[in-house]
Every structure is written in structure tokens, then in C-alpha cells.
Design a protein. Structure first.
Length: 352
């Protein structure tokens, strides 16, 4: 529902792929994409309650996994739509008994680790959740990759590692030693941990620094969802830093094609350890973004101007030339098209 992706003309060789964070926004879309390309996908998620779990279960239902089946921990279930081509297991990433057993059973070709405790602002309120999932959980993934001959690990980093840098566009070789949130610190830690495992155990690791991803089935804590929800329900919207913010908003289909390429295409870069920005490379002012939502909804909005929030950054802007060169990445969806696709999905999902 809401996808603008067209099937590839030539399918890449079929693989067995683990996608963690499968009930999440990006993970759901990636699983759907990979299954439709003919790959055997196992999706993993702990379905935590950081945001509304109904949305997570509804995403899984789109993949043929019923809520009743998905609710059980440590139980592998097959899709009623795709059969064993898509299977799902509810599991905590930091479970040091169950995760290795699953790797042993399924013998994956590659792994895409998208599971993480998300949210910059929430990391101030609940730091322990970020250490458990993003540090201990990621270490568990690395150990499983090490002991089960995983040839390639793609994992989610974040544009938040750049902090409040004024050097734009952000480039991968920039110094990122000054995170301004614990969330950002955990993502920087993931990059360092991946480097160590690539060096010690010859595992190919590809870190993707995601910039602001938006689109159908998006997260309720993100700006597009919050603003659309408020506008369509005749509520004012909170505009932080008095609107003096810009974000490199990137449409979900462009992101998914990029992730798919890093998972499946031969690398043009010989190094085992790689880091890439994945974004649109066209930052949008927050007030212009709101205008696009107003146009798509056909409604004006009332703004409540707010100060900057702790842990937030003024701007994000991705230089994506490395990803273009190494993995043929292209971001082509105009902001107006992407926002309209989200608004259409939102109206359908909430029956407006």
C-alpha cells in the first residue's frame, strides 16, 4: 500500500536474508521488497511499545503474519501470503541464547540489522533501552555473524552521528566524535564495533547513515506523521526552533532501493569496512515541508512556535556520492510526491 517501487527487470541471485526490525518502518518495506524479488526472508522484531504497537502488527499483517502469530516470543511463523518465503520471529536482539540458535538453524547468506531503540528525544528519558538494544543487541548480531559465516552485514547507523556540525553537506570522512544525544552515541559505537569485527574476523560490514526517512507506514513520532495527524484533526502543530530547521527528507522507496543494493550487489570498494550516507542530498526547510503537507491535505495549519529541543540538530544534509559510485544509489522522489503518497496512505489507514 502506497509503494512507488517498480519491480526490477533482472532479479539478483536468490539469498536467504535476516532482516531485524522487520515490524519497523524501514524493515517492513525492505522485507516486502526482498520477498517480491524472490529472496527468502526471515524477519525479526521484539515489537516494543516505543510507539503504537498496532501499527507494527498491521505492517506485519501486510506481510502475511497475523497478530496472534506475531505476539508469541521465540516462535518462527510462516506468512499466510508468501509461505516459507517470508517467516517472522519475535525476539529480543540481546537474547544471547535464542539469537545464536536461530542463526545456526537458518544459515543466512546476509544480514540487515535495522533493529534499534529509535528516537533522539526518548534517549534522554530512557537511556538504558538504548544500551540494551543498540549496544548489547548489536554485539550479539556481530557475534552471530562471526560464528555463522555471514558474508555481509548491512546495519543502520544514523545522520545523528554528525551532531550539530556546520560543515555541510555531511561527508563520511568528517570527524564524528561529538554526539549530542545518547542515541547518536550508540550509533557511533555501532560503527566502531563493526570496524573491529571487520578487522578481526574478515566480515564485510556496511554501515548506512540514514537521513530523515518518510513515507507510507512511517513512524508516528516523526514530523510528517505528527504534522499530518494534527492538520487532519484540526489541531495546531508544534514547530521547533521557531521553524529554523532543515532536514534531508528522503522517501522510503529511494531508501529501500539503496539498502537492497548494498545487501545484494557486488561491492566496487574492496575494503571490508564501509560507511555510507543514504539520503536525498536536498535539504528542505521545515516550514517548506509543512507547506507541502498543507497542500496535500488541502488544509492550512496553526503553528505553535517552540524552542529547540534537547538533543536535536539544526540541519542535516547528506553527501551521497560514495553510495552512488559504489552501489548505484539514486534518490529521485520529489518531496511533493512523497508527502502526497504519505497523506493518501494516512487517510486510507485511518479511514478519513
Amino acid at each position: 500500500m502506497g509503494s512507488l517501487i517498480k519491480p526490477l527487470e533482472n532479479k539478483m541471485s536468490q539469498q536467504k536474508i535476516l532482516v531485524t526490525g522487520a515490524a519497523g518502518f524501514i524493515g517492513f518495506h525492505l522485507c516486502e521488497r526482498l520477498v517480491k524479488q524472490g529472496h527468502h526472508v526471515v524477519g525479526l522484531d521484539n515489537i516494543n511499545d516505543y510507539y503504537a504497537i498496532n501499527l507494527k502488527y498491521d505492517r506485519l499483517n501486510e506481510l502475511g503474519i497475523s497478530r496472534a502469530a506475531a505476539e508469541r516470543f521465540d516462535t518462527m511463523v510462516s506468512s499466510h501470503t508468501y509461505g516459507e518465503q517470508f517467516q517472522f520471529i519475535r525476539l529480543n536482539l540481546e537474547d544471547r541464547n535464542a539469537l545464536p540458535k536461530m542463526f545456526e538453524t537458518h544459515q543466512f547468506d546476509s544480514v540487515c540489522n535495522l533493529a534499534a531503540q529509535a528516537g533522539v528525544r526518548y534517549s534522554i528519558e530512557n537511556p538504558e533501552a538504548y544500551i540494551d538494544s543498540n549496544i548489547s543487541g548489536f554485539l550479539n548480531v556481530l557475534e552471530c555473524c562471526r560464528h555463522h559465516n555471514i558474508s555481509r552485514l548491512v546495519y543502520a547507523s544514523s545522520s545523528s552521528v554528525y551532531g550539530n556540525s556546520d560543515a555541510v553537506p555531511f561527508e563520511e570522512n568528517a570527524t564524528v566524535d561529538h554526539p549530542i544525544s545518547l542515541y547518536a552515541a550508540t550509533k557511533k559505537s555501532n560503527e566502531l564495533m563493526a570496524h573491529t569485527y571487520s578487522h578481526l574476523y574478515n566480515i564485510e560490514t556496511i554501515g548506512l547513515r540514514f537521513f530523515t526517512v518518510y513515507g507510507p507506514w512511517g513512524r508516528p513520532d516523526m514530523a510528517l506523521f505528527l504534522f499530518t495527524d494534527a492538520i487532519l484533526n484540526d489541531q495546531p502543530i508544534k514547530v521547533f526552533n521557531n521553524g529554523n530547521l532543515s532536514r534531508d527528507f528522503t522517501y522510503i522507496d529511494d531508501i529501500i532501493k539503496g539498502v537492497e543494493n548494498t545487501l545484494l550487489k557486488p561491492s566496487k570498494e574492496e575494503k571490508l569496512y564501509k560507511l555510507y550516507n543514504i539520503g536525498n542530498s536536498q535539504p528542505i526547510q521545515l516550514l517548506s515541508f509543512i507547506e507541502a503537507i498543507e497542500k496535500s491535505t488541502g488544509r492550512a495549519s496553526e503553528h505553535i512556535m517552540m524552542p529547540m529541543q534537547a538533543g536535536d540538530v539544526n540541519q542535516t544534509w547528506a553527501n551521497v556520492e560514495r553510495l552512488k559510485t559504489d552501489y548505484d544509489y539514486q534518490s529521485s522522489t520529489p518531496i511533493e510526491t512523497g508527502v502526497e503518497a504519505f497523506v493518501d496512505w494516512y487517510k486510507l489507514y485511518y479511514n478519513i
